[in-house]
Design a protein around this ligand. Structure first.
Ligand code: ATP
Length: 256
């Protein structure tokens, strides 16, 4: 983890309408190293999704600089994979066709890569299933496979497990960790879940609201796989909560 995959410098974002201007992001600055896993946590409305959309190239109306692998981000592209809270699969396509999407499975290279992705996300046996025949967690694994097939430099995940029950969420966190360790794509995850951030990340960016700014960047120096009930995990939970505790109580919506 030496070179920066993503560099965000002096990022400011203001939403403007005819009668008001809302300053949503204030002087956001951080880097994401190649192969690094960074989570962003903060109160509702602090601009986490706005920040992710800017990095994804889905919102170009901002001040500051966002560079991916040295290139200024100017729009969406396959170098940036995006995973939403809801999986957004095509209901009329099978699992393997959803992963291939606009690419033809008749192309032997695409077929080979899709098979490798199915293996990576552990969906062997479900290639011909339709989204309505698989669980929410499996659907998110299909969405992740579809994004990774395009070999993005960074995978952007906006509360990808927020709609899943606690058991499935834990399982998905373990799956995502396996995928990341095998695939080594840089990961930027937005979450409300402190344990999820500690379980997965190399570093946690803690944000404050109105306007959204960085409160602290906490390094998670625990070996993988992490034990959620260990004293060192508990100590980090306390540290993240401490950073969040300065934020007004009525803003908080954490899951721990
Ligand atoms: N298109 C828009 N026009 C005006 N204001 C917006 C727009 N999109 C978002 N906002 C405002 O920007 C702020 C940040 O929103 P954003 O969705 O990025 O926050 P968030 O931290 O992701 O919230 P949550 O955790 O609830 O998903 C909020 O106050 C929101 O109302």
């Amino acid at each position: 983890m030496t070179t920066a995959a993503l560099e965000i410098q002096h990022l400011n974002k203001t939403f403007r309408s005819s009668d008001k201007a809302t300053h949503v992001l204030d002087e956001i600055q951080f880097t994401l190293a190649k192969e690094e896993f960074v989570s962003i946590i903060g109160p509702s409305g602090c601009g986490k999704s706005t920040l992710l959309k800017i990095v994804a190239g889905l919102d170009a109306e901002y001040e500051g600089t966002v560079r991916l692998d040295g290139e200024v981000v100017r729009g969406p592209g396959k170098e940036k994979g995006f995973i939403f809270q809801e999986h957004r699969l095509f209901p009329w396509l099978t699992v393997e066709k959803n992963i291939a999407a606009d690419l033809s499975l008749k192309d032997p290279d695409v077929r080979r890569r899709v098979d490798a992705m199915i293996e990576l996300v552990r969906l062997q046996g479900f290639e011909k299933a339709y989204p309505k025949q698989i669980s929410g967690g499996m659907s998110q694994r299909v969405a992740i496979a579809r994004a990774l097939l395009r070999k993005p430099q960074v995978l952007l995940l906006d509360e990808p497990f927020g709609a899943l029950d606690a058991f499935t969420r834990n399982h998905m966190q373990e799956s995502l960790l396996d995928i990341w360790r095998e695939n080594r794509t840089s990961m930027l995850l937005v979450t409300h879940d402190i344990d999820e951030a500690i379980f997965l990340s190399n570093r946690i960016v803690v944000m404050d609201a109105r306007p959204g700014k960085i409160k602290a960047i906490i390094t998670v120096d625990l070996p993988y796989p992490r034990n959620r009930v260990s004293p060192s995990f508990q100590a980090l939970r306390t540290e993240v909560l401490g950073a969040l505790n300065h934020i007004e109580e009525d803003d908080a919506g954490w899951q721990i």
